[in-house]
Write a protein that binds this ligand. Structure first.
Ligand code: SF4
Length: 127
């Protein structure tokens, strides 16, 4: 799979491409950071009116860090969770960003990313 770096984020936004990247072991922590940065820019634009820049809102789980005042999640974690979506979806409004993989697919990704290369090869060749 050949990827143009300039279009990387666009490519990773496609669920199928992310799964292919996971299977081919080319999806890395750097790609998660790119997705997180884009999500964070959306949250911090405060289009939703729920961006809490210093975690001072009542629901903020971690005080002193950017949070979503709607769900209380620390955005440093929420935006890196590939199976998470914008809180607006939970209150039946149009989300400003979506999950890019399912929870099961994210588990697979995390397993792949923490396995040494040799172990990944072994897993990939098992039935
Ligand atoms: S997750 Fe959604 S509702 Fe929460 S701060 Fe980000 S854009 Fe706003």
């Amino acid at each position: 799979m050949k990827i143009n770096p300039e279009n990387l984020l666009k490519v990773w936004k496609s669920k199928g491409q992310i799964l292919e990247g996971i299977v081919n072991k080319v999806f890395k922590q750097d790609h998660i950071e790119e997705i997180s940065a884009e999500r964070m820019s959306i949250c911090s634009s405060n289009l939703c009116g729920m961006y809490d820049p210093d975690g001072s809102s009542e629901r903020a789980a971690v005080k002193g860090q950017p949070a979503c005042a709607g769900c209380g999640c620390a955005l440093e974690l929420k935006t890196r969770c590939l199976s998470c979506h914008c809180h607006l979806k939970d209150i039946n409004q149009h989300p400003l960003w979506e999950a890019v993989v399912s929870p099961a697919e994210e588990t697979l990704l995390r397993e792949r990313m923490t396995q040494p290369d040799g172990a990944q090869e072994d897993t990939a060749t098992q039935g």
